[in-house]
Design a protein around this ligand. Sequence first.
Ligand code: PLP
Length: 368
Amino acid sequence: MYDFIPDNPYILLTPGPLSTSKGVRNAMLQDWCTWDAEYNEGVVQSVRRRLVSLATATKPREYTAVPMQGSGSFAVEACLGSAMPPSGKLLIVHNGAYGRRMVRMARVLRIDFLEYGVGETETHEAARVAEILSQNPEITHAALVHCETGTGLLNPLAELAAAVKAEGKALIVDAMSTFGGIPFDVGALGADFLISSANKCIQGVPGFAFVIAKREVLARCEGNARSLCLDLHDQWQEMDRTGKWRYTSPTHVVRAFDRALDELAEEGGVPARYARYRENHRTLVEGMQRLGFRTLLTDVLQSPVITSFLYPNSEFDFPDFYRKVKEYGFVLYPGNLSRADTFRIGTIGEVRPADIRRLLDAIAEIRS
Ligand SMILES: *Cc1c(COP(=O)(O)O)cnc(C)c1O
């Protein structure tokens, strides 16, 4: 059916963007108008409804999905800038590059905040977060990252969310690299805002991101935004009224995303995708260990999304290794750490255990 769509010259093990299916890429081969019912009702509103059902089976009526043009960071910035009232104070819980990016955003947006950071190979204790919140009653919101894609570390979302909600604070979760790939229920977590993007576990192409927001909380955010374009409340209002994006909609990307949602359902939904990602990850780590590589993180902290490997020795030349692996048809990711020498391999996207086995064969040849 997709014979006319070229194969990718290499597999992206770099989430994201990540490798997508031919079906997803095919959806972009036509131009679509943005304003009529076929698009606004048939595609945009349907995508929004499907995102809410993916996010929560328990409380779908309490949540809405608001897409925002741009990469994932644009939606994080839109969310922080729109969720925080002028008098609010934000606790930013971080242990890596993406958590620290929220700190930079809060500074630029002039949001009053307190940061609580631990090392890049450590996770957060829910009890410590609860303690900080109770010692700082002026804090109104807490923001945290589910999977720190900078290292691959998976933070204990359920425990942290429970601690934040028990203290009565609003919760903002950057679930960029886990939504659609690791099962959880936003309603059960009680999260007020949860952010993800088109080009991670849903396996779409880059161009927009989205916030799953608790309606009654978002309804109180009118006038908070520090930016016209990144006003989540205004985007929501306009979309609920007309199905229209404020300003040009990334039509091709939205069509591709719609198709990616179909394919997620065909695969068996989030549990099936999670099982595939875990199998990719297990195959990768076992194979890399056989080849003499060690992971940065202990198994309990590791997500199935992306894995950081330590350089095997001081002579290891990552740019050379990267180039050779690419000749075999695989693109890796450099590390993103201040301290250790690492590189990263992603296991999400249109990638299967057989692809990972081919990668391992290639690395074995390169290293022999
Ligand atoms: C990918 C990602 C982002 C957003 O990055 P962009 O490059 O702006 O798309 C934010 N947080 C996490 C945890 C991510 O994995």
